[in-house]
Design a protein around this ligand. Structure first.
Ligand code: BGC
Length: 694
């Protein structure tokens, strides 16, 4: 079984994608997979979950911290920084089951090997070992320091920063523009004498061939009043190997309920790798949610999108329900922000943000895309028109409750979220021709904004109302709630676009009349390959991502099964898959209608996304690179809800297997109503039995 992602050689152009590919994280911090000699120009990043800052009038984004792992080796006065021509051997190895990253670089005169991890046990601890081995006799040096020249997209975020050396510790104190104090403590440990000069350290030694210098870094991030000095001293006493063991064993445990086994070696590794990217985002003590680019940096402002509820949550609900609960708690805790957003548009209830940060207020700017040629900000409407987010959240609560049986989340504020979202929709609707319509919206397909009656949106709203009706008894904690009768009446009057004679649901009112142009042609119409496609595609049938298909996949209870094929055949050729959220939806639908080559191909597209080096890095002129947790989760969904056809109907779980030819066997575990099950295929059916090893 392949456990390690290895990349041999060094290529300047891959620095950014390798930074994402070799990312380490522990649900609280992320450290990009960059090399020790790199600096901010190489996008080195120690990214923090849930701590945001705004500099002047720039976008508010998650913050990066100084880099304590900045090392440069030296032989006879010559410094070594990797480039395409100066190494003999170079590789990076990411152990995805242990969440550790190793580096090996052999040059003419010396070899560097290092290993690092962000502890999954003591979450504020970053630990690193750096070894220089002499290839010949001579004078060797290693320079190292805490690099406070931070890589930031919309910074600088520290209005004050100070690095001082105190009694063996490098203490960084930063005050963000919003006044938050962040401290990091770093101690370097070596058997050799460490010389310190103005916050720069070095070890210098004459080495004989084959001999080594080793330096350890123990760095602790203190966002509160933790006793960092003590934590580091304890860590040093425990030692690198022991800490690594503790961390790895703890991380390996996360796999026990998460792993999905498939008998397809290459796909298995990609799927494992995808789950790695989700497991590194888990933190049972965190009530923040998962940003769209995980902890790989500041892209998308470090904000949380519907990606979490629609894609990531099902994975955690099945594999780690208590963390799934935390993710939903985030929406409960940020309800105030969603209400504020609704009020700002003169609506009632809760209008959840397209881009949500710590307090749930909308962080999406009105100009979220720039012209790649002129650098002009361009007007966008993601925040104003994507009203479906609130419904996605309501539906996520219901799914979670159905799978876990955990009604207590309603009492912990879940019912308020559901109620306020419904209230928002009631205030947002337009009454016309005796029906309620939702005009001027944007569905998941972001290339068409300002449309009326997007099917995904209307049906999701309808479903949210059904959910509120189902849990209505819990509204007794709400003062003067809208009556059940009124909600039922409203719901029955929502305009729901029906399949046409051919069985196709029109994506929005007027979609069928759009110019019949396919994605490739639309792409050819661009003047610059970074140009934002939305402005061209908006007048055509080309869509960015699954929209009607997402509706059919996410709301199987609508009973549209007999129309699956017609919609799939119709919309697939128009879909650009310009969002990484698209492939998994089509993969699941392809499974349902037995288009197994496509289901497999699109599953691999989702699972392999972060293993490539040619991802979409720009939307207009804006850098959007990073990891793709929703796509990683989409790979899982493609297997469980696509190949295995898992469905929960009235508390009964069922499976409808449609395997692609490459896969004959699938095994996985899942939680249902507090019990853990082990599932596998036997004689073409899915068997599941309670797992006693809990
Ligand atoms: C997609 C959205 C998604 C966002 C964050 C956009 O490109 O169109 O659906 O929520 O990225 O992943």
């Amino acid at each position: 079984m392949k456990k390690i992602l290895t990349k041999n050689g060094f290529n300047q152009k891959d620095i950014v994608s390798f930074g994402n590919m070799f990312l380490l994280a522990n649900g609280r911090y992320g450290y990009r997979g960059t090399l020790e000699e790199f600096d901010k120009t190489d996008m080195v990043g120690l990214n923090v979950l849930g701590l945001y800052d705004r500099y002047q009038d720039k976008w508010r984004e998650s913050i990066n911290l100084p880099n304590p792992l900045h090392y440069i080796p030296c032989f006879n006065g010559k410094e070594y920084k990797i480039d395409e021509n100066n190494y003999i051997n170079h590789h990076l190895k990411l152990d995805i089951f242990k969440a550790t990253l190793s580096r090996y670089s052999e040059y003419d005169n010396l070899i560097i090997s290092s290993k690092r991890f962000l502890s999954s046990v003591n979450k504020n601890l970053l630990v690193h070992r750096y070894i220089l081995k002499a290839k010949e006799d001579g004078q060797y040096k290693i320079f190292f320091n805490v690099d406070t020249d931070i890589y930031e997209i919309n910074g600088p975020h520290f209005r004050k920063k100070e690095l001082k050396y105190d009694n063996g510790f490098f203490i960084f104190t930063g005050k963000t523009n919003e006044g938050k104090i962040v401290k990091t403590y770093t101690k370097y440990v070596s058997n050799e004498t460490i010389i310190i000069n103005k916050n720069q350290c070095y070890v210098s030694k004459r080495l004989q061939k084959g001999h080594e210098i080793c330096v350890f870094t123990y760095s602790y991030i203190a966002l509160g009043d933790e006793d960092a000095v003590n934590e580091i001293n304890n860590a040093i006493v425990t030692g690198f190997e022991e800490l690594e063991m503790e961390h790895s064993l703890n991380f390996e445990k996360k796999w026990e309920t998460a792993r999905v086994e498939i008998d397809d070696e290459e796909a298995q590794f990609e799927l494992d790798y995808s789950l790695y990217h989700l497991l590194i985002l888990e933190d049972k003590e965190s009530y923040h949610s998962i940003p769209a680019r995980g902890l790989s940096g500041q892209t998308y402002k470090g904000a949380v999108f519907w990606d979490t509820e629609a894609f990531i949550l099902p994975f955690f609900t099945l594999s780690n329900p208590s963390f799934a609960r935390n993710l939903l708690m985030y929406r409960i805790n940020t309800l105030k922000g969603a209400k504020k957003k609704a009020r700002s548009f003169n609506y009632q209830g809760a209008f959840y943000a397209w881009e949500s940060q710590d307090d749930g207020t909308e962080q999406c700017s009105k100009y979220n895309v720039t012209d790649p040629i002129t650098n002009e900000p361009l007007r966008t409407y993601f925040d104003e028109k994507q009203i479906h987010i609130s419904a996605d959240i309501v539906i996520a609560f219901d799914r979670y409750i159905n799978f876990t049986g955990d009604y207590s989340i309603l009492l912990d504020g879940g019912i308020n979220v559901i109620y306020e979202c419904v209230k928002f929709y009631i205030s947002r609707a337009t009454f016309r021709n005796n029906q309620y319509h939702f005009d001027d919206v944007m569905g998941p397909d972001e290339y068409h904004d300002g449309v009326n009656d997007n099917a995904f949106t209307n049906y999701s709203i309808y479903q949210s109302m059904n959910i509120l009706i189902k849990y209505y008894q819990y509204t007794n904690t709400i003062k003067n709630p809208i009556s059940l009768k009124k909600i039922k009446k409203f719901k029955d009057l929502i305009y729901l676009p029906k399949p046409n004679k051919k069985g196709i649901i029109e994506q929005f009112d007027g979609y069928f009349k759009m110019k019949d142009i396919h994605p490739e042609e639309v792409k050819n119409m661009r003047k610059n390959d970074k140009e934002y496609l939305g402005f061209i595609a908006s007048k055509t049938k080309t869509i960015k991502q699954a929209d009607v298909i997402s509706l059919l996949v996410m709301l199987p209870e609508l009973g549209f099964d007999k129309y699956f094929k017609a919609n799939y055949d119709y919309y697939l050729p128009y879909t650009e898959h310009g969002s990484s959220l698209s492939s998994s939806m089509y993969s699941i639908m392809a499974s349902k209608i037995d288009d197994n080559d496509v289901s497999y191909r699109l599953f691999r597209k989702s699972s392999g996304i972060d293993l490539g080096t040619d991802q979409k890095m720009y939307a207009g002129g804006i850098y959007i690179g990073g990891t793709h947790p929703a796509s990683n989760a989409g790979a899982y969904l493609s297997v469980i809800f696509g190949f295995l056809g898992m469905r929960l109907n009235d508390d009964k779980i069922s499976f409808d297997i449609h395997l692609p030819k490459q896969i004959k066997n699938i095994k996985f575990k899942f939680y249902l109503k507090g019990r853990l099950y082990r599932a596998y295929i036997k004689d073409d059916t899915l068997v599941y039995e309670e797992d006693d090893n809990l």
